[in-house]
Design a protein. Structure first.
Length: 192
């Protein structure tokens, strides 16, 4: 048993020494291994976007996607999280967790792969309004404090991010009282 503990400790120390890596995109609904969109709103480009938006009275914008750029080093964090192709001029926020379900679960008019416990990036200050193109940013490039400090990231761990946004016209197309959607997700491995 003690050799297992020593091995686990050695792996933990090794993980803390691995360099930061580029963020990885995942959670593409209607793609192999991921559930289908719940409101008959598949992505316009499967494998690239989330479930289609109900932008104004029609769908057809293709669904939102999330990207991460910058350094994911906890000592020099310049990570920026950007959401693209959400609905225009709506509120959005980023969900973050240390846990993910790559196959996804139904969440509003979309598929969420970030799982509990979930933290809102920057708390209530993290709510942003999308621009006229449906894009919005958080983190270094948006003038925010570092993402790693907000979420308490440590070297050697992976965190997962996914954007939530208003999709009020989904109410006319989905069962229940759905008025929101989610983007694709991003996995970030934090280096020293």
């Amino acid at each position: 048993m003690s050799h297992l503990i020593r091995s686990a400790l050695a792996l933990a120390v090794l993980a803390e020494c691995l360099p930061a890596q580029a963020p990885t995109n995942f959670c593409f609904p209607n793609s192999p291994g991921v559930i289908n969109c719940p409101c008959n709103n598949p992505p316009l480009n499967p494998g690239q976007q989330g479930c289609d938006n109900y932008n104004f009275p029609q769908s057809g914008t293709g669904g939102a996607f999330l990207q991460g750029s910058g350094s994911t080093s906890v000592a020099n964090d310049t990570l920026t999280i950007q959401a693209f192709n959400e609905n225009h001029q709506v509120f959005s926020l980023v969900l973050e967790s240390r846990n993910a379900n790559a196959g996804g679960i139904i969440y509003g008019a979309g598929v969420r792969c970030v799982t509990a416990p979930i933290h809102r990036l920057y708390g209530h200050a993290g709510f942003r309004q999308t621009d006229h193109s449906g894009n919005v940013s958080w983190g270094f490039g948006a003038g925010d404090p570092s993402i790693s400090s907000d979420i308490g990231a440590t070297a050697g761990e992976t965190t997962y991010f996914q954007a939530w946004y208003r999709d009020p016209n989904a109410l006319n197309h989905c069962p229940g009282t759905t008025t929101f959607n989610v983007s694709t997700a991003v996995a970030v491995f934090w280096g020293p």
